[in-house]
Design a protein around this ligand. Structure first.
Ligand code: BGC
Length: 629
């Protein structure tokens, strides 16, 4: 088995393979493209190193067996190529194997941060690895080690915390849970996005992180150290810039810091067409990216052109052969260390099509994570826990919608909605991804909505999404599940002012993608006025409201908080909604502590450690039943 190989043996093996590769075969290894853009024959003809699924890009009917068949065909083609090097297939399994129907969907990272439980993180990563392996896939673009510092950023929910030490405490465990000892239960991890993605000014996705090197290292680089020590095999470059220079072309950050100073032995993959923004001319971007230190290129469609340009650059001396050799050695190092050469075809691997995919046992781990991630912000007169015999009205647009409770990066890139309500205001300004824009109507298979979880333990509960039924029943309390609807990446940004984009665009030399934002304000009542209406429909009848907020970030909640008797931040809990009822009805106590500071006003941006730190709720805040305030 490969895990028994010493580093020296791995490198001997790498050298032996290198001896037999010509330039085309080497360049092929440096290419990763999207499954929609390539068929198995082309993988074989061009010696392609990797194929990926972009968010929501799925084969056939999107069941594990469809994935295994697809990967089997790609694998077969790769080993039949002249170089015979097996390809690796990459996915964004960032909160469970979230593209696939029937997968166990865990809370997004923001909720996991509130658990303060590194051991459970390792277990979550291990369960995710097995569900990934069930589909014949070897590589996930996770964990995200972003340290989000501005909640206007649409990717805040992918961040465990605003606090680098908390992110760091999960980073190694996540990698260990995914990679194990590179035996049958392991997948390859990918730390992302290197580096400073969570620090952009105004929280603009892919924007500019304007901070000193000291701050970059202390806040954004720090969580990578334990993950690298744990042996993470790949790192993804980030779309953002650092003080005006794009990370994808940043030789100092990619080569000098990551590879040389931090001694990273694996390979760096670009983000989705991430080098395109280095220059207006695609041909030039190829040389800039390779020379800066990117080893494998995630090229969504133009992989033929990429190969053509890179070959020319080498032949004409703009890219040194030694740089190509370094990139390919790194890719082969990862493949040998992972043991891909010894693995049988995907269909014959230990976990392929395994029935543990989406199983009750796996879902129990997710349900535990839901319970531990809930943060109790208010509990007036000890209204919680509720009695199971109580007459409860369940309301709010997010009460019975598994798609909404899973958030973005679930089945579709932008997430799915079980209800008729869909975001139609989303448009793509420069034809960004081949993925679907906007929230798709669609179902999450398996799992339980928050409403169904409540109904299971509280037979007297009724459902009325807008809360209007409150007037004709004799209810003891209402549970109102409100908040954001799904979004991903830049489409989740809050942009209060378009000038910010213009200003930041010029800071990064005019090259920037601009996506329509989620909204113009962090104030919940301005984003979603229907939520307060649902609460009022209940409280106006003299019925106390327990509010459960689903959101990818702390929002400004003054009005909703005042109107409620109890208030729970549930983040984006994923498929196992029963975890919410488990705690509301007292079978379990609240354990969650805020992993982000909760601001009072949207003009504030306090972080733990700041002078004059006066937020609404501080970092680490969280009530429970045991310690009555
Ligand atoms: C995201 C990455 C992701 C990649 C592949 C990009 O848009 O920034 O986080 O891994 O797509 O889907």
């Amino acid at each position: 088995m490969s895990q028994a190989l010493s580093e020296q043996e791995i490198y001997q093996r790498v050298e032996a393979i290198m001896q037999n590769l010509n330039l085309d075969q080497k360049i092929g290894q440096m290419v990763q493209t999207e499954r929609m853009a390539i068929n198995p024959q082309e993988v074989k003809d061009y010696h392609i190193g990797s194929v990926l699924s972009g968010g929501g890009s799925v084969p056939g009917t999107n069941l594990p067996s469809d994935w295994v068949s697809m990967n089997d065909a790609y694998w077969q083609a790769s080993v039949e190529s002249q170089s015979g090097i097996p390809l690796i297939y990459g996915v964004d399994a960032i909160h469970g194997h979230n593209n696939v129907l029937g997968a166990t969907i865990f809370p997004h990272n923001i909720g996991l941060g509130c658990m303060r439980n590194p051991n459970l993180i390792k277990q979550i990563a291990a369960v995710t690895a097995k569900e990934i392996l069930a589909t014949g896939v070897e590589w996930t673009f996770a964990p995200t080690l972003a340290v989000a510092r501005n909640y206007q950023w649409g990717r805040t929910y992918e961040s465990f915390s605003e606090e680098p030490a908390l992110v760091a405490s999960y980073a190694d465990k996540f990698v260990e849970g995914l990679q194990h000892d590179f035996g049958d239960d392991s997948v390859i991890a990918c730390l992302k996005h290197w580096v400073g993605d969570g620090g952009t000014t105004y929280g603009i996705d892919q924007g500019d992180t304007r901070i000193s090197e000291e701050e970059l290292r202390r806040i954004h680089i720090a969580p990578y150290l334990p993950a690298l020590r744990a042996g993470a095999l790949t790192v993804m470059a980030s779309f953002n810039s650092w003080n005006g220079d794009k990370c994808h072309g940043h030789r100092y950050l990619l080569n000098d810091v990551l590879k040389e100073e931090l001694n990273f032995k694996g390979f760096i993959i670009s983000d989705w067409d991430g080098c395109d923004y280095l220059d207006a001319d695609f041909r030039t971007t190829v040389a800039l990216g390779v020379n800066a230190g990117i080893d494998m290129f995630m090229v969504s469609e133009k992989w033929r052109e990429f190969i053509h340009h890179l070959r020319d650059h080498v032949n004409e001396g703009r890219v040194e052969m030694s740089r190509i050799d370094d990139a390919v050695r790194r890719i082969l190092y990862v493949k040998v260390k992972y043991g891909i050469f010894e693995k049988p075809r995907p269909a014959e691997r230990k976990w392929s099509n395994n029935k543990s995919f989406g199983s009750k046992e796996n879902r129990e781990v997710a349900r535990e994570a839901v319970r531990q991630s809930l943060v109790l912000l208010k509990n007036h007169d000890g209204i919680l826990p509720l009695k199971k015999s109580a007459k409860i009205l369940v309301a709010g647009k997010n009460a019975d919608d598994c798609g909404h409770q899973c958030g973005g990066f679930t089945v579709a890139w932008q997430g799915v909605s079980d209800s008729a309500e869909e975001r139609t205001n989303v448009h793509i300004l420069d034809g960004y991804a081949s993925g679907q824009a906007g929230v798709q109507k669609g179902k999450i298979i398996g799992g339980t909505s928050i409403w169904k979880g409540i109904k299971q333990v509280c037979p007297e509960a009724d459902l009325s999404l807008d809360g209007s039924k409150a007037s004709n029943g004799n209810y003891d309390a209402g549970i109102v599940v409100i908040g954001e609807t799904p979004y991903a990446e830049g489409m989740g940004d809050i942009r209060r002012d378009d000038n910010t984009i213009v200003e930041m665009g010029s800071m990064i030399k005019g090259l920037m993608k601009v996506l329509a934002p989620y909204g113009r304000s962090l104030v919940l009542n301005e984003l979603h006025p229907e939520d307060l209406m649902a609460i009022k429909n209940i409280t106006d009848q003299g019925i106390p409201a327990i509010v459960v907020l689903l959101s990818g970030r702390p929002l400004i909640i003054q009005k909703e908080l005042e109107a409620s008797s109890a208030f729970v931040a549930a983040w984006l809990p994923g498929s196992e909604g029963q975890g919410v009822a488990d705690v509301l009805f007292g079978d379990y106590d609240f354990e969650g502590k805020l992993s982000f500071t909760w601001q009072k006003h949207q003009d504030e941006n306090f972080h733990i450690g700041d002078e004059h730190y006066k937020p609404l709720f501080p970092f680490g805040f969280g009530l429970n039943y045991r310690n009555k305030a």
